[in-house]
Design a protein around this ligand. Structure first.
Ligand SMILES: [Zn+2]
Length: 447
C-alpha cells in the first residue's frame, strides 16, 4: 500500500476533520455567444477540405475530404453553432424554433444531414406523436367509408396541420441530436452549477460532416471562451483522404470492435468501416486479406491490453491518493498504534516508492500501446499529465517529468491550437516542473 505524504503522528495539524477536503471552485461560465471573428483568432484556419457526396451503407451522405496534403496540427475548421439549446429545455420545440430563425441555405444544410435514432429524453414526445398518428389514421380510414361526426371532423381537421408541424420538428431534432456537440468544457460534477439559460449543446454545420473512425485523423474541441468549435489534423493527411473524428470519445481506444459496434449502433445507427473494426473476408487478393487481418488482430489485442492497463492504473492511482490523504485513510479503516507511527510511516514510504515505479512502468507501456494503435489526441495528454504531475513528480525525476509535460503540451497544441483553453494550464505545469528541477540542482550545487 502506498504511504501518506504527511506525518501520521498525533497532533493538531493532523486532525482528521471532513473540513480538510477541498471545496470545488465556483463555476463561472463565460458570457454566451461572445463569438469572435475566426479571422482574428491567434491560430488561422486553413480550410484545405471539401464537401462531397458519397455512398455509404446503401445511402447517400456528405463527407469531408482533404484537398491538399495536410500537416499535423493544422486548424481545418473553426465555427460557431447554428443551433444551440439548453439541456433542461431541450425539446422538439426548442430545436425547431431555432431552426426557423436560420437562413434558407443553413436550413438546407441541416436537411442534408443524416437523421439519427431518437435520444432517450425525447422518447415521451415520440410516443405522443405516434399516438396522434394512430388517431389521425383511424379517422382517415373511417372517413373513406362513412361520415365523421362533427366532433370527429373537428379533431381530424386540427390534427392534420398539427401532425405536419410535429413531424417536421421531429425530423429536425433527429438530425440535431445525432450531430450536436457539447458546448461545455467542465467536469460532470460541476455541471449542476450551470444557470438554466446557458446552452449546453449545439450544431456545427461543417464539423457535423466529419465521418466517424476508430483511427481518426482529426480532433474536435469546443472552446467555451470563444464559442467556437475547432477541428485540427492530428496526423499527416494525404490529399483526397476522408477526414475523420470519433463520435464516442476516448472509448475508441479501449473498447473491442464488437463493443464499439454496439456503441455506434446505439448512438448513431452506423457501422464503422475502419481497419480496426474489421476486414473484408471476401477480398480476392490473399496477401491483402492476410495483411488486413493482421492489422485488425493487432488492434483488438492492443485494445484488450490497454483496457486492463488503465483499470490497473486507475486502481493504483486511487489507492495512492487515498494513502496521501489522512482523512480518506481513516475512512478506509486505517488504524495505527501511536508507538508504531514512525516505523509504519517509513514502511509506507518504501511501499509508495515501489508502487509509483510500477505504475510508471505500466503507464509507459500504456503510452506505447496507444501509439501503436494510432492515438495522437488528448487521451495521450491525459496519461502524460498523470505521469508528469503525479508519478514522476513524487519520484522527483524532474527531467523525465519535464519531458512528459512538454510532450503533453505539444500534443495539446496540435489538437486544440496554441489558443486552446487547455494550453495555458499545461504551459504553467511545464514551468512548475522546471522550477522544481532547478531547485533540486541548486540544492545539489549543480547550478
Ligand atoms: Zn472503426
Amino acid at each position: 500500500m502506498a504511504g501518506p505524504s504527511k506525518s501520521l503522528k498525533p497532533g493538531k495539524e493532523n486532525s482528521l476533520k471532513p473540513s480538510v477536503l477541498p471545496e470545488a471552485p465556483p463555476y463561472e461560465h463565460p458570457p454566451p455567444y461572445s463569438a469572435r471573428d475566426p479571422r482574428k483568432m491567434a491560430v488561422r484556419v486553413q480550410p484545405t477540405l471539401e464537401l462531397r457526396w458519397r455512398m455509404r451503407d446503401g445511402s447517400k451522405e456528405e463527407a469531408l475530404f482533404a484537398t491538399a496534403d495536410i500537416e499535423p496540427g493544422t486548424r481545418l475548421i473553426c465555427e460557431t453553432p447554428v443551433v444551440a439549446v439548453t439541456q433542461t429545455g431541450e425539446t422538439l420545440g426548442n430545436v425547431y424554433s431555432s431552426f426557423l430563425t436560420l437562413s434558407p441555405s443553413e436550413q438546407a444544410s441541416i436537411w442534408d444531414l443524416k437523421a439519427g435514432p431518437a435520444p432517450p429524453h425525447l422518447h415521451a414526445e415520440a410516443a405522443f406523436i405516434d399516438s396522434l398518428i394512430r388517431v389521425y389514421l383511424d379517422l382517415y380510414t373511417k372517413s373513406q367509408s362513412q361520415d365523421l361526426t362533427p366532433r370527429e371532423q373537428s379533431v381530424f381537421d386540427r390534427l392534420g396541420p398539427q401532425l405536419q408541424h410535429l413531424c417536421l420538428a421531429w425530423r429536425i431534432a433527429a438530425r440535431f441530436h445525432l450531430h450536436r456537440q457539447c458546448l461545455l468544457n467542465i467536469p460532470l460534477n460541476q455541471r449542476y452549477k450551470i444557470p438554466p439559460h446557458v446552452p449546453l449543446s449545439g450544431l456545427f454545420l461543417t464539423a457535423a460532416r466529419l465521418t466517424h473512425s476508430c483511427m481518426p485523423n482529426c480532433f474536435v474541441a469546443y472552446n467555451t471562451q470563444q464559442n467556437h468549435v475547432t477541428v485540427h489534423a492530428t496526423k499527416a493527411i494525404k490529399k483526397g483522404t476522408l477526414l475523420t473524428a470519433s463520435i464516442i470519445g476516448e472509448r475508441i481506444w479501449y473498447e473491442t470492435a464488437a463493443a464499439r459496434a454496439s456503441l455506434l449502433r446505439n448512438a448513431a445507427n452506423i457501422i464503422c468501416l475502419c481497419e480496426a473494426c474489421g476486414y473484408d473476408e471476401k477480398q480476392f487478393d490473399a496477401d491483402k486479406r492476410a495483411a488486413a487481418k493482421a492489422t485488425f488482430t493487432m488492434h483488438e489485442q492492443q485494445r484488450r491490453k490497454l483496457y486492463l492497463n488503465i483499470v490497473y492504473l486507475s486502481s493504483t492511482l486511487t489507492q495512492m491518493l487515498c494513502a496521501a490523504n489522512p482523512f480518506l485513510m481513516t475512512c478506509a479503516g486505517f488504524m495505527v498504534h501511536p508507538d508504531a507511527y514512525e516505523a509504519v510511516e517509513q514502511k509506507m514510504a518504501e511501499d509508495a516508492q515501489n508502487d509509483m515505479e510500477d505504475a510508471n512502468k505500466k503507464l509507459i507501456h500504456t503510452l506505447q500501446m496507444l501509439g501503436m494503435i494510432g492515438c495522437a489526441d488528448l487521451e495521450v495528454v491525459r496519461w502524460r499529465n498523470v505521469q508528469a504531475a503525479v508519478l514522476l513528480d513524487k519520484l522527483k525525476k524532474w527531467n523525465s517529468a519535464e519531458e512528459s509535460a512538454m510532450l503533453a503540451l505539444q500534443i495539446t497544441e496540435r489538437c486544440v491550437g496554441a489558443d486552446g483553453e487547455e494550453v495555458a494550464g499545461l504551459r504553467g505545469a511545464v514551468r512548475s516542473i522546471d522550477q522544481k528541477r532547478r531547485n533540486q540542482l541548486m540544492g545539489l550545487g549543480q547550478l
